[in-house]
Design a protein. Sequence first.
Length: 107
Amino acid sequence: MTAIIFIHPDGKSERVETSDGESAMQAATRHGLNGILAECGGNAMCATCHVYVDPSWLARLPDMGDDEDALLDGTATERLPNSRLSCQIHVTSALDGIVLKLPERQF
């Protein structure tokens, strides 16, 4: 199992265990995590699974695709250099312990 650490806006952390191949969004929704809406079900069409990736983890992620990049321009909270859609972060053992901060709101 691979761990994802979600940091809520109030600073509380929540650890979620998941299997390789699952997206961070799927892991969050399967565990009932508040803060990830995933209105489009992970199809990269809505940006309601926006997260801020801890900067120390960014280089370990694949490059962002054009669709994700465009969607991040329409997030409900400020887009930052470490913004990503959690539906596009596919978990592997190399990401064990990744830290994702949740924004204040998704819509």
